[in-house]
Design a binder for this molecule. Structure first.
Ligand code: NAD
Length: 288
């Protein structure tokens, strides 16, 4: 979407612009530290989209001065081979950060593998110890998309204590950590899911509305209070009548942007900020 051309009365939360600012400040931080920082990525098997994502990560890392090392694991090495690699990277003092591309091939226990990553190097925040630390308000590596939502919300200047925040979707990787982070910020938080009754009546009370359900057009204008901050996490592929494929979020942007105070677009909102937060977590994990 051409963000500048989008017609709306809401302020558009431009994730690309914010992400650029984050990258610039990380690049300065790394330069000032005089250190070399690295991110070790694990890719098991030959998933094409994960390989593409890895290329993109490498490019982003090099822009800020992070060394990106991709470890490709042949499926024939099995889960035991993956365990061995994770343990090797955990034990290596020269390794600052570790992330593992998903999905793992059939037969691999993803949750078990994620839980093996050293929490201090777990830059995607997928080890349960990290979400536990968030709950206790301790220093922690937070899942990147949840962190991206928080940065976008905070960029509006809203005072979160007492603000009413409604999260649509309660997955381990997005909805739940966003809810916990907002609770930590002393907001009033309502977590909703696919069983929630009268969703619209609840979302309409929100000062901050985060949509992370993966359902095209789930949030419509009738479900939003005027002036609300709307963060759209959804990534859904839709086909236009002429057969062109497009990426859209969970929010009906055209109608909701007419009444929201701030809105993050899809694409160009949470997505670019998520990648920037991976870089930020890497720099944080390196302790500079
Ligand atoms: P998920 O499928 O793991 O969880 C979806 C959640 O939404 C569940 O809690 C479910 O109960 C809830 N839900 C589903 N339908 C609902 C409905 N009709 N009303 C209310 N709640 C409903 O999904 P996920 O991994 O959290 O991803 C959610 C969306 O966010 C997807 O579109 C995904 O592609 C996108 N996503 C984007 C990024 C990014 O970087 N921008 C990162 C992760 C996920």
């Amino acid at each position: 979407m051409d963000i500048k051309a989008a017609k709306s009365s809401a302020n558009i939360l431009d994730g690309r612009h914010l992400a650029r600012q984050v990258r610039d400040s990380l690049a300065e931080r790394i330069k000032a530290s005089g250190r070399t920082i690295n991110l070790h990525a694990i890719l098991v098997g030959d998933d094409g989209s994960a390989a593409l994502y890895a290329q993109n990560q490498e490019r982003m890392c090099s822009q800020v001065g992070i060394e990106y090392r991709l470890h490709s694991v042949d499926v024939s090495r099995g889960q035991a081979g993956l365990v061995e690699l994770i343990q090797l990277l955990n034990a290596d003092d020269q390794v600052d950060a570790i992330m593992m591309h998903m999905p793992l091939p059939d037969g691999f226990d993803s949750e078990r593998m994620q839980a093996l990553i050293d929490p201090a190097k777990d830059v995607e925040g997928v080890n349960p110890a990290n979400i536990g630390n968030i709950v206790y308000g301790r220093r922690s590596l937070v899942p990147c998309t949840a962190l991206a939502c928080m940065e976008l919300i905070e960029s509006t200047g809203i005072s979160l204590p007492g603000a009413r925040c409604v999260i649509v979707g309660a997955s381990n990787i997005v909805g739940k950590p966003v809810a916990v982070l907002l609770m930590q910020a002393e907001a009033t938080v309502i977590s909703t899911n696919k069983y929630t009754d009268q969703l619209g009546a609840i979302t309409k009370t929100a000062d901050v509305l985060v949509a992370a359900a993966g359902v095209t057009g789930l949030v419509t204008a009738e479900m939003v209070k005027p002036g609300t901050i709307v963060i759209d996490v959804g990534i859904n592929r839709v086909m236009d009548d002429d057969g062109t494929a497009r990426t859209v979020g969970d929010v009906d942007f055209d109608s909701v942007s007419q009444i929201a105070g701030h809105i993050s677009p899809v694409p160009g909102g949470v997505g670019p900020m998520t990648v920037a937060m991976l870089l930020k977590n890497t720099v944080d994990a390196a302790g500079i």
